[in-house]
Write a protein that binds this ligand. Structure first.
Ligand code: TRH
Length: 412
């Protein structure tokens, strides 16, 4: 798949009969804002992961009536096991979920919301766009872009783009890590939930019991969560962990890197509740959890390997050292994005740990061989920086609140 590096162009829609348009304009109070969020799943879980979080937050924290159009209910169900993949429409956690048969399908009934969000430049059904144009009060139309830490994001954030045929304007909403961007998603309850977990030995013990079937490891162990794409660098890293001077406990959610674990431990598969040991390394395969359960894995670990977009953001809020496996793009277009994120993260580090962090992140993303000892020597510095970075990131404001504020300013 390709991620846009500049705003995507507006599709040219076909006309739709004006009588299908919802007639009455809505009031602008938060409690009555209707929002349609369209999500086409390209691959993996990030597209729906971001949209599902945003939908729930807009509903719960801003009182919006959210309808979420998703074309792949099977991917969605991995994050949300209560979803019924056989149903065309259903309400989950207060969100009306529509199984979206793009590009022509626009839901059971053609209703146009006050705020329309197309995620990651997915194409809205032409009939829906035409109905948006025919609506007495034009909806606020946003294209939610992929997250990037690059500087140009702030220049493009909230730029309007007039539609070539209709009297409609779409705004580009750019998530980002710095001032002037849309920020990243953060639920208002997240810090308290993390603090509760971190300050409760009982909660931690219960989590370990559920996840691994045993108690938490001793304080001498380094706990590492590993969520990544297939990665040739993992074989050497597993060997280094095996030969480590102190215990390493590796927690591996079932997924694309599980095959490498199976090969390393000479097992047919590495699926929950598998557990394997070699030297100083003990590894547990974890069941893929419901989305809300993923944070606790990050909180329970001393170091988190994350990937894509949403887990990358969650790792930042966890405030623990992390290593990012960025979603690879054609022509290495992802590498400037990796460096831009590194620059945000490492700028407050002294020179030696900063260089070690850069070497390790690059090695994990195809640029060399990761050197665990070189990296692990600086874990305390990385941990301190992860906490200060979390505080800096919070200054940008959370994405849902930033989006809601902008939408309301346009609805006035
Ligand atoms: O799955 P991803 O690789 O998604 C990617 C990226 O979003 C990328 O930008 C996009 O272009 C590509 O998909 C199509 O990684 P990401 O973004 O971290 O999403 C994973 C989601 O899975 C996230 O919401 C956390 C969730 N998750 C669980 O719910 N339970 C689990 O056990 C685990 C490990 C993850």
């Amino acid at each position: 798949m390709t991620q846009p590096s500049t705003p995507s162009s507006t599709p040219a829609p076909a006309a739709a009969p004006a009588e299908t348009v919802a007639a009455s304009p809505r009031a602008c109070a938060d409690s009555t804002i209707a929002c349609d969020l369209f999500c086409a799943v390209i691959d993996n879980f990030g597209d729906i992961g971001v949209c599902w979080r945003l939908a729930r937050q807009l509903a719960r924290e801003h009182g919006w009536q959210v309808r979420l159009f998703v074309d792949d209910l099977h991917a969605f169900q991995k994050l949300c096991p209560t979803l019924d993949t056989a149903r065309a429409t259903q309400t989950v956690d207060g969100i009306l979920v529509e199984h979206w048969h793009e590009p022509t399908h626009a839901g059971e009934t053609l209703r146009i919301a006050d705020v329309v969000i197309e995620a990651f430049a997915c194409e809205l059904p032409p009939v829906y766009v035409a109905a948006m144009a025919a609506r007495a009060r034009k909806p606020v139309w946003l294209n939610l872009e992929y997250l990037s830490a690059e500087d140009w994001i702030a220049d493009f954030h909230l730029r309007p783009s007039p539609h070539p045929r209709y009297a409609l304007s779409k705004h580009f909403f750019f998530p980002g890590l710095g001032p002037g961007t849309g920020g990243v998603i953060k639920e208002s309850t997240l810090d308290a939930a993390r603090a509760d977990f971190e300050h409760s030995p009982e909660a931690r013990a219960a989590w370990w019991q559920r996840a691994t079937g045993g108690p938490p490891p001793g304080a001498d162990a380094t706990v590492i969560s590993l969520f990544a794409y297939e990665n040739p660098a993992v074989d050497g890293l597993l060997a280094q962990w095996r030969d480590s001077a102190s215990p390493i406990v590796l927690l591996v959610p079932e997924g694309r890197i599980s095959g490498a674990l199976a090969r390393f431990f000479d097992l047919p598969a590495f699926a929950a509740p598998a557990r394997a040991e070699r030297g100083a390394l003990r590894a547990h395969a974890l069941a893929f959890t419901e989305q809300r359960g993923y944070d606790a894995l990050l909180w329970a670990s001393d170091l988190n390997f994350v990937r894509g977009e949403d887990s990358f953001v969650r790792a930042q809020w966890a405030g623990k050292p992390f290593v990012w496996h960025i979603y690879p793009q054609a022509d290495a277009a992802h590498l400037p994005k990796l460096d831009a994120a590194l620059a945000h993260y490492d700028r407050a580090l002294p020179e030696v740990p900063r260089a070690a962090l850069g070497r390790f992140w690059h090695a994990w993303n195809g640029g060399g061989t990761p050197d665990w000892r070189d990296f692990a020597a600086h874990l305390p510095a990385f941990a301190a920086r992860a906490r200060s970075w979390r505080d800096e990131l919070a200054q940008v404001g959370d994405l849902a609140a930033n989006l809601a504020e902008f939408a309301k300013s346009q609805l006035k």
